[in-house]
Design a protein around this ligand. Structure first.
Ligand SMILES: NC(=O)C1=CN([C@@H]2O[C@H](COP(=O)(O)OP(=O)(O)OC[C@H]3O[C@@H](n4cnc5c(N)ncnc54)[C@H](O)[C@@H]3O)[C@@H](O)[C@H]2O)C=CC1
Ligand SMILES: O=C(O)C(=O)COP(=O)(O)O
Length: 625
């Protein structure tokens, strides 16, 4: 449940906050979204010791170094070994294979058995399939932990268990555009071939016969074509059928009226479409809703002598019902490219029926479409392996590149805040609900927070479980673990150009191992913001602090007095622990204060004990970021 609050607040006060900052040279900040942040992009970071390149990935929110294009020659061979492995299980156009080979190790095991696929998949990062490979729960389970993306080189994803893929955090992408025309042309080819008995006449001649009277056909001009599913293929079929002089009507509850009008097609109800058409061509995806949408009842409503074309999916037509309708004469002819079971059995009655012409799922099979599909899917899979959000993602939110580039540093902040919040809870597993407030000058409708919510979830869950969280499965895993993320967008009077001013996390009904993080109303409360591209912690409980969220963090609560920074700094220095950032927030002079110390290395237990023993320090906690 996402709740929206429109509260006008003034910017958070920075009262009584003292910061110590080292000098600020430049550090490169790499995002996997390379169209926006390439190796040439650099953002100044206010942190002197940040030497690693940072990447934003949906598979692992932060990966360091691996995509740096400045990899030295000495590391070249190891990067060769660490290339991703991409299994291609069905014939894919060479242009796509070439692209994949430039990026990873490509294993073309065409027409692999499902047993072998289950064995192989455990060592693969990506799998590319067409319609012939069943990507079942078992396959995805076998690939769990390593398999990051399944690429469907085509449109229909009914052969991929999307639910299982989502549960295992495996992204599914498809190639939805490159074979549209091929499928539409095949639909028209089947329509014309059926109307003029081309297949049967051809077979008869090859058998040495000359049967001109037997194969008299029907004309297409002036006939009504009912298109079911007015999407990419359906509308291209309609356009071509108009060119043949047909009257075209279509049924698609989700199709825009103006697109239909532009082609001269009338959108009608399902019953109207099937009852008034001479030819019916189906172009819907196979879903629980469309499964067997052509059945005894719907055939009954059709015109006697109707002709059926199916270049969509076998399961859309109940094949036994179609046979009955052909036998009764309700359906005069059918042209079928796709079957409930592929390949159909050797004695499949539909294939053998004289009134039916068949092709072996050839809709997408033109040279041009196959090259296009191969490139489209190779690019989508490579992007996904790089951690970019794909425009053709089927089981993850599609985040437009411009939104992604704007939100990237906040995504890192969101994950770090989630991780800090959970580490402040004592016991660790009692979190049921987290309140998140996104403070921004932008209105609630101008902000897409799915990415941030996913990363907060990742930050919260990963430190306390073995679950692997990414954008694909974050909501699913949160739901499974009974974790509710209640989001509120709070309008604050701040810089309008900033996508988000700050993110605040609150956890109630839990105990904290650091009392200083508990606000007056008993909730663990932390807040952070992005400064110069770097996430900062800006509030702990009721204390304002300002510490860059890099490396790890030590929080100490003490009575404000001189010499504290020096004492703690010395303990850390003696252990060779490098302090990167230090900030003190206090309620007032010589009153309660919180010291937030960023450290590059994790101090050992002895150092942490010594810090805890400093007489003025009332409590301290070490947080791994
Ligand atoms: N035989 C082959 O080789 C090929 C088959 N296909 C298949 O063709 C079909 C269409 O593909 P595209 O046009 O690219 O997909 P699309 O997603 O662009 O179009 C599908 C349309 O069906 C509509 N639809 C969904 N449920 C419906 C329902 N119950 N009643 C009416 N309309 C409904 C949707 O609103 C959408 O407009 C898919 O099943 C796809 O797998 C696509 C390419 C090649
Ligand atoms: O794209 C689709 O939906 C298709 O049905 C094409 O299937 P194919 O890739 O030729 O096995």
């Amino acid at each position: 449940m996402v709740s929206t609050t429109k509260t006008i607040l003034t910017p958070l006060s920075t009262t009584a906050s003292r910061s110590f900052k080292p000098p600020a040279p430049t550090c490169r900040f790499f995002f996997l979204h390379n169209s926006h942040f390439s190796s040439n992009s650099s953002i100044k970071l206010s942190h002197s010791r940040c030497t690693t390149h940072r990447c934003l990935s949906i598979n692992s929110a932060i990966k360091t170094e691996e995509l740096s294009r400045e990899t030295s020659l000495s590391t070249a061979s190891s990067s060769e070994e660490s290339k991703p492995t991409i299994l291609v299980s069905e014939k894919l156009g060479s242009a796509g294979i070439d692209l994949l080979r430039k990026f990873g190790n490509v294993d073309c095991s065409y027409d692999i058995s499902s047993e072998d696929l289950q064995k192989k998949i455990a060592s693969c990062d990506a799998l590319i399939v067409r319609s012939g490979t069943k990507v079942t729960r078992e396959v995805l389970e076998a690939g769990k932990g390593r398999l990051k993306v399944v690429g469907r080189a085509g449109v229909g994803i009914d052969n991929v268990d999307l639910q299982a893929a989502t549960e295992f955090g495996c992204l599914v992408v498809n190639a939805p555009t490159a074979n549209t025309i091929a499928a539409a042309e095949h639909g028209i080819a089947l329509l014309a071939a059926m109307a003029r008995n081309v297949s049967q006449a051809d077979a008869s001649m090859k058998a040495g016969k000359w049967q001109r009277n037997k194969y008299v056909g029907v004309s297409m001009v002036g006939k009504t074509l009912g298109v079911l599913g007015f999407g990419k293929v359906g509308s291209e079929v309609a356009r071509r059928a108009k060119g043949l002089g047909m009257c075209v009507i279509a049924h698609d509850p989700y199709a825009p009226v103006d697109r239909a009008r532009a082609i001269g097609v009338e959108l009608v109800s399902f019953d109207q479409a099937i009852s008034s058409a001479d030819f019916i061509s189906t172009h819907v995806p196979l879903t629980p809703n469309t499964k067997n949408m052509f059945n005894d009842d719907t055939f009954e409503k059709m015109k006697k002598g109707v002709r059926i074309i199916n270049v969509a999916r076998g399961g859309v037509i109940d094949e036994d019902a179609l046979l009955r309708a052909l036998d009764s004469g309700k359906v005069a002819q059918a042209a079928i490219d796709v079957f409930a079971e592929e390949p159909p059995s050797k004695d499949c009655k539909l294939v053998k029926n004289e009134k039916v012409i068949v092709t072996p799922h050839l809709g997408a099979s033109t040279k041009e479409a196959q090259e296009g599909v191969a490139i489209e899917i190779a690019e989508a899979v490579i992007d996904a392996l790089k951690g970019e959000l794909s425009a053709t993602a089927v089981n993850a939110p599609m985040v437009p590149p411009e939104v992604l580039s704007e939100l990237a540093p906040y995504v890192l902040l969101a994950e770090k805040l989630g991780s800090i919040a959970v580490q402040l809870v004592s016991g660790g597993d009692g979190i049921r609900s987290v309140k998140v407030a996104y403070k921004s000058a932008k209105g609630p409708d101008d902000m897409d927070t799915r990415l941030l919510r996913a990363m907060i979830t990742k930050g919260i869950i990963e430190p306390i479980s073995t679950s692997y969280i990414n954008l694909v499965n974050a909501d699913f895993v949160a739901k499974q673990k009974g974790l509710r993320i209640n989001e509120a967008r709070v309008v604050v009077d701040t810089y309008p150009q900033l996508p988000i001013h700050s993110i605040q996390l609150k956890i109630s009904h839990v105990d904290s191992k650091f009392a200083g993080a508990v606000s007056d109303n008993g909730e663990i409360s932390i807040e952070g913001r992005v400064r110069y591209g770097v996430p900062h912690l800006t509030r702990v409980g009721s204390f304002s602090v300002d510490v860059s969220l890099e490396g790890s963090l030590i929080l100490c609560r003490q009575v404000d007095q001189p010499g504290m920074i020096g004492q703690v700094g010395k303990i850390l220095g003696d252990q060779n622990v490098n302090v990167s950032f230090m900030s003190v927030g206090r309620t007032g002079k010589r009153e309660q204060a919180i010291m937030a110390i960023g450290v590059d290395e994790a101090p050992n237990k002895e150092a942490l004990k010594k810090i805890g023993e400093v007489s003025a320090i009332e409590e301290s906690v070490f947080l791994k970021l």
